[in-house]
Design a binder for this molecule. Structure first.
Ligand code: NAD
Length: 339
C-alpha cells in the first residue's frame, strides 16, 4: 500500500484527496495543514472548479499542523504538495530529501531558480517529482494534442485559449492576492494555458503581452501572443477580474487547415471537431478529469510502470520562465525574447 500525505488542505488539498481515494493500492495516511481547525473549516468549501471533495472522512488519517513532523513521523511514500505557491520549493525539497515522492501543484515555483532547486533535489533523491499541470491531462485537451500531432487535419493556423474567472478569495489568509506568495494572476491562473501552449507547440521564440493592473499594481488580466512563425497566430487570455456572476470559464478555438477544434465549458456540446469535409463531431475522450488522470499518472511513475512523458520538470520550469517573460512584456509594453 502506498502511504500518501497531503500537505495543505484547502481547495486543492480536497481535490487531491478525491483523486487519491480512487487510486488502487494507495491510502491517505496523513494530512497536514497549519490551520488547527482544518476539520471544521474544510466544511466551508471554496474553489473555482468542481471536484474538490466536500465530505471528508478523517477516520484513520493522522492530522498534523507541522510539515516537518508529518515527514518525520508518517512514513510516507508520496505527498501531494497543495500548499500556497511560495512553499512549493521548500516543502518539495524537504520531502524528496526524506525519500518521499512528490506531486506538487502548479506553478512549480515563483521563479526558474527555485524550480531548478527542486529539479536538483529530485535528481539526487532518485524520487519522482511531478508538477500538477492538470490541463495536459484534461481529457479534451489531451485528445486535442493527439489530433494535432496526428497531422490528420494539416497544420495549425491559429489557436486561442481563454481562462477567466473571479479572483480566488477562498484562501484563509488571502495569500493569492499577495504577488510575493502567489506570483499573481499570470503565474497562478494563466500559466495553465501557457503550459498547454508549450505542450502543443514547444517554446515560442518570443512573447508579446498586454495586461490590465488591479488596485495593488499586479496584473489582473493578460492577453499574450506567443510568437512562433509568420504563418501561425497563437494567443491566450487569462483574467481573474470577472465579476462573481460570471463563474469560471476555460475554452479554446484551434483553427487548422482541414478542421476547427472547439472546447468551451458553456457550449453544448462542450467539445467538437468541425472538419472541412463532413459533419461536426465530438471525439471520444478518456474518463475522469485532469486531476484524477495526473494522479494516476504519478502513481504509475512511482510504481515504475511505463508512462508517456506527458510532462517533464524542464517543461514545468519553462512554463514559469514563459510567464515571467509575459509579465515583463506586459510591464515594458514590448516583445520579450525567450532564450
Ligand atoms: N491545478 C489547479 O487547477 C489549481 C487550482 C487552484 C489552485 N492551485 C494551486 O494549488 C496550490 C494551493 O491552492 P489552494 O487553492 O488549495 O489554496 P488554499 O488557500 O485553499 O489552501 C492552502 C492550504 O495550505 C495551508 N497552509 C498554508 N501554509 C501552510 C504551512 N506552512 N503548512 C501547512 N499548511 C499550510 C492553508 O491553511 C490552506 O488550508 C497553489 O499553488 C495554487 O496555485 C491549482
Amino acid at each position: 500500500m502506498l502511504r500518501v500525505g497531503i500537505a495543505g488542505f484547502g481547495f486543492m488539498g480536497r481535490m487531491h484527496y478525491r483523486c487519491w481515494k480512487d487510486i488502487d493500492g494507495a491510502e491517505i495516511a496523513a494530512i497536514c495543514d497549519i490551520n488547527p481547525n482544518i476539520v471544521e473549516d474544510t466544511k466551508k468549501g471554496g474553489g473555482n472548479i468542481e471536484g474538490a471533495e466536500e465530505q471528508i472522512d478523517f477516520t484513520g488519517i493522522e492530522l498534523y499542523t507541522d510539515f516537518d513532523k508529518m515527514l518525520a513521523d508518517a512514513r510516507l511514500d508520496a505527498v501531494s504538495i497543495t500548499l500556497p505557491t511560495y512553499l512549493h520549493p521548500e516543502c518539495s525539497v524537504k520531502a524528496l530529501e526524506a525519500g518521499v515522492n512528490v506531486l506538487c501543484e502548479k506553478p512549480m515555483a515563483l521563479n526558474a531558480k527555485e524550480c531548478e532547486r527542486m529539479m536538483a533535489a529530485a535528481k539526487s533523491s532518485g524520487k519522482v517529482l511531478q508538477i500538477g499541470h492538470c490541463v495536459r491531462f484534461w481529457p479534451e485537451y489531451a485528445k486535442t494534442k493527439e489530433i494535432i500531432d496526428s497531422g490528420e487535419y494539416g497544420r495549425v493556423i491559429a489557436a486561442t485559449f481563454q481562462r477567466l474567472g473571479a479572483a480566488p478569495t477562498w484562501s484563509i489568509d488571502n495569500w493569492f492576492m499577495d504577488e510575493k506568495r502567489s506570483g499573481g494572476m499570470a503565474l497562478d491562473l494563466h500559466i495553465h494555458d501557457t503550459d498547454y501552449v508549450q505542450y502543443l507547440f514547444g517554446m515560442p521564440r518570443a512573447v508579446r503581452s498586454f495586461g490590465a493592473k488591479g488596485p495593488s499594481g499586479g496584473l489582473i488580466h493578460i492577453v499574450t501572443e506567443y510568437l512562433y512563425n509568420e504563418d501561425t497566430v497563437v494567443t491566450a487570455e487569462g483574467g481573474w477580474a470577472m465579476t462573481p456572476g460570471f463563474g469560471f470559464e476555460m475554452s479554446f478555438n484551434i483553427v487548422m487547415e482541414k478542421a476547427t477544434i472547439v472546447y468551451d465549458l458553456t457550449r453544448e456540446p462542450m467539445f467538437k471537431v468541425c472538419p472541412a469535409d463532413g459533419e461536426p463531431f465530438t471525439p471520444e475522450v478518456d474518463e475522469g478529469d485532469g486531476y484524477t488522470r495526473q494522479t494516476a499518472h504519478f502513481a504509475k511513475a512511482i510504481k515504475g510502470e511505463k508512462i508517456e512523458a506527458v510532462t517533464t520538470l524542464e517543461q514545468s520550469r519553462d512554463s514559469v520562465r514563459l510567464v515571467t517573460a509575459e509579465k515583463e512584456s506586459a510591464g515594458k509594453k514590448e516583445k520579450v525574447s525567450i532564450e
